[in-house]
Design a protein around this ligand. Structure first.
Ligand code: NAD
Length: 229
């Protein structure tokens, strides 16, 4: 089976109703990123950080996967598909994708603020102040914040390097180190980039599809499946 690696950003979830990160000048749902998505923010104003992610979590729970998520899951009928996502939502999983690596964590999980190995499913939609891990420290969102290490990065780079077909969807490629993953794709692999705002500087590396994910992804996946009929 040929291996397809799909690297997604917030654009793949936009048509499900989740705002991309840069929809409005680096604000995410009216919050400044540095106020809510950094370790400094957590140390300074824990309740604001918890509130921000509690709201994001409620939103995620109300959304549904869109045509792009479903089309990617469908590819598994004929390909070995690995999704690598920068997204913290669970829409790939809910659409049926079996192998999903979350580079930046998962909004539906919490973890200990002192021992990163202690990760829990969140019951309901909130992490509350005073909720503690089994070792007695406050639970925090299971999210990789700006300025923190990306523990899955090496693993993701290895997976990208093994791809026969590499598909990038809905990312500005501005958030590092995740954006650097595209450089690990083998020169022999077939590469596609689906994003309505994809820039020309990617043309040397990728076949560019300037479409929204909900339109562009199903067309491409249908072509890939038809090849093996
Ligand atoms: P970004 O906001 O920097 O870029 C979004 C990209 O999506 C842009 O290039 C834009 O042109 C494209 N886009 C917008 N609508 C689209 C559509 N319908 N179809 C396809 N593409 C579309 O986001 P990023 O590059 O993913 O990086 C931002 C960081 O913010 C990530 O680390 C991510 O974890 C986080 N984030 C996650 C979510 C989520 O989990 N759904 C939402 C917002 C931000």
């Amino acid at each position: 089976m040929k291996k397809i690696v799909v690297f997604t950003g917030s654009g793949v979830s936009a048509e499900s109703g989740l705002k991309t990160f840069r929809d409005s000048d680096g604000l995410w749902e009216n919050y400044r990123i540095e106020d809510v998505a950094t370790p400094q923010a957590w140390n300074r104003n824990r309740s604001m950080v918890l509130e921000f992610y509690n709201l994001r979590r409620k939103q995620v729970l109300q959304t549904k996967p869109n045509a792009a998520h479903f089309a990617l899951a469908h590819l598994e009928e004929k390909y070995d598909v690995q999704i690598i996502t920068q997204n913290i939502d669970d829409l790939h999983e809910r659409a049926g994708s079996a192998k999903v690596l979350h580079l930046h964590g998962e909004i539906l999980k919490s973890r200990s603020s002192t021992d990163h190995r202690l990760v829990y499913d969140i019951k309901g939609s909130e992490i509350k102040e005073g909720e503690k891990c089994e070792k007695g420290s406050q639970l925090r969102p299971h999210i990789v914040w700006f300025g923190e290490m990306v523990p899955e990065l090496e693993n993701a780079a290895r997976l990208v390097s093994l791809a026969d077909i590499f598909i990038v969807i809905g990312t500005s490629l501005l958030v590092y180190p995740a954006a650097g993953l595209v450089d690990y794709a083998s020169p022999e692999s077939e590469k596609y980039f689906i994003d309505p705002n994809a820039t020309e500087n990617l043309e040397d590396q990728f076949i560019i599809i300037k479409e929204k994910a909900g339109t562009g992804v199903p067309v491409l996946t249908e072509q890939l499946l038809n090849r093996l009929k």
